[in-house]
Design a protein around this ligand. Structure first.
Ligand code: BES
Ligand code: MN
Ligand code: ZN
Length: 497
């Protein structure tokens, strides 16, 4: 699919379809008004007859509108004008693109990017529209023997800006939106692939492909390397797995001055059975998504590399399966982490923090500006925040604020939970420096407390994405979140947001 920006007026578009909005009840958007005017009130007549009320998500394809150059007009319902905000904007664009993809149009000019979204400037509207459009067109059929290959003619989408003076801004935002969508799609596909395909080795291969295509430095540590280093926590999770674990280190270095990188750490459990603390059978298939943190880190690196952002970024991905078996870690086992601290493993299903803690220690060798880990860490976070926001915990308020702002900007939101000392009580162990679980209360927080003991002195934040990384049920599939949040965070740091 080709995307472009244009400042032409709606009645002069020579495309197969012009897309304009209708607010509820029955009020055309500015571009809609222009077409209505040149067509002798053709659109308002339709609307007056009740063919399009303006309900959010509804669409009406109108062929042969007089007085315009395009073959048809697609009316898109926007809901009530005073309720029109980020969610509604995103839904309107996605709905339009989905309908276009089914109509047989070859190309379309979309006049939704000039709609007013409170406090959101043009670059935001273009970036989000491009991301929403790409998301609406995403399909995952890699594992089907017959691809859902109904031939779709839609080839080209053009987004409008109101004035020629806005073209440059529009182009920049288009490029950013496309890169973020590209990164998000990579994360989605890695998430959607089954665990018998998307193994730790497969993730390492994906990292290698990124390294080759974008000239990044790559190192992949094998089990023996990790033993030498003393990553006892990570290895305790990998013990039950036949599939070789990997520790992926991917470096993107384009920063101008300091060389202090942002380090992103992604949880890469390619399948989480729970280990000896075995999970119940229902919906266990969804534990193939337990590498979504890793996938989002790879997706973010891809977006950043494609945009050639002038920053230093290091990606660390500890990746393994969490399997039961005669060699697997037992509840009660005590292991020594890379940091030297010991952990009593009371529940082998709390494995995410065990692989992340060694990665956090490993991150120190890069003398990071800050470290952000991303993990499908706790079911309790799903209970707390659902699929709307991911959980955010940090040892630095400035970093937390940056991430919250990036999430809001990307419409990929994070919500902060407290990391007070009081919660550390719950991790006390009679047999080691700490236990790996903290009981029933405050699950996401005690998990973060555990991680904080390995964050060292640098600024660190943790994103618990258990609720947002994938959807279950009929629409089961990876969302690619939080690639948009992470990329916005880095765009902002690069000064190009
Ligand atoms: N990967 C899971 C977390 C998870 C569970 C994410 C369900 C999404 C849906 C994680 O490894 C896990 O099993 N966490 C345990 C921690 C507990 C044993 C303290 C959990 O949440 O039950
Ligand atoms: Mn688990
Ligand atoms: Zn897990």
């Amino acid at each position: 699919m080709e995307f472009s920006i244009s400042s032409g007026s709606p009645e002069k578009q020579r495309s197969a379809c012009v897309v304009v909005g209708v607010f509820e009840p029955r009020k055309l958007s500015v571009a809609g008004e222009i077409i209505d005017h040149v067509s002798g009130r053709y659109l308002s007549e339709l609307i007056r007859r009740g063919d399009m009320e303006g309900k959010l998500g509804s669409t009406l394809l109108v062929p042969r509108v007089p007085g315009i150059l395009a073959d048809r007009v697609l009316l898109v319902g926007l809901g009530k004008e005073r309720d029109f905000r980020e969610n509604e904007y995103q839904k309107a664009v996605a709905g339009a693109v989905r309908t276009l993809n089914e109509t047989g149009a070859f190309d379309a000019s979309i006049f939704l990017t000039d709609l007013p979204v409170k406090k959101r400037e043009l670059r935001w509207r273009i970036r989000i529209a491009v991301m929403a459009a790409r998301a609406a067109l995403y399909r995952f059929d890699l594992m089907k023997s017959k691809h859902d290959d109904v031939r779709r003619p839609l080839r080209k989408l053009t987004f409008s800006v109101s004035r020629r003076g806005e073209l440059a801004d529009g182009e920049l935002a288009l490029k950013q939106g496309l890169a973020i969508a590209e990164g998000t799609n990579l994360a989605k596909t890695l998430g959607n692939l089954p665990a018998n395909v998307c193994t730790p080795g497969y993730l390492a291969q994906q990292a290698a492909e990124l390294a080759t295509s974008h000239q990044l430095k790559l190192e992949v540590l094998e089990r023996a390397d990790m033993e030498k280093l003393g990553m006892g926590a990570f290895l305790s999770v990998a013990r039950g797995a036949q599939e070789p674990p990997k520790f992926i280190v991917l470096e993107y270095r384009r920063g101008a001055q300091s060389g202090k990188p942002v380090v992103l750490i992604g949880k890469g459990i390619t399948f989480d059975t729970g280990g000896i603390s075995l999970k119940p059978a229902a919906d266990m298939d969804e534990m193939k998504f337990d590498m979504s943190g890793a996938a989002s880190v790879l997706g973010t690196v891809k977006a950043v590399a494609e945009l050639e952002l002038p920053i230093d970024l290091v990606a660390l991905i500890p990746t393994t399966e969490n399997m039961p078996g005669s060699m697997a870690t037992r509840p009660g086992d005590v292991v020594t982490t890379l940091s030297g601290q010991t952990v009593e493993i009371l529940n082998t299903d709390a494995e995410g923090r065990l692989i992340l803690c060694d990665a956090l220690t490993y991150a120190e060798r890069f003398d990071p500006d800050c470290v952000v880990d991303i993990a499908t860490l706790t079911g309790a976070c799903v209970i707390a925040l659902g699929d709307v926001a991911c959980g955010l915990m940090a040892n630095d308020e400035g970093l937390a604020k940056e991430l919250i702002a990036a999430g809001s900007m990307a419409h990929d939101r994070a919500w902060q939970l407290p990391l007070w000392d009081d919660y550390h009580e719950q991790l006390k162990s009679n047999f080691a420096d700490m236990a790996n679980v903290g009981g029933r209360g405050a699950g996401p927080i005690t998990a973060a407390c555990f991680l904080s003991k390995f964050a060292g002195k640098h600024r660190w934040a943790h994103l618990d994405i258990a609720g947002v990384a994938w959807r279950g049920g009929k629409e089961k599939g990876s969302t690619g979140r939080p690639v948009p949040l992470l990329t916005h965070f880095l765009l902002d740091r690069a000064g190009v947001l």
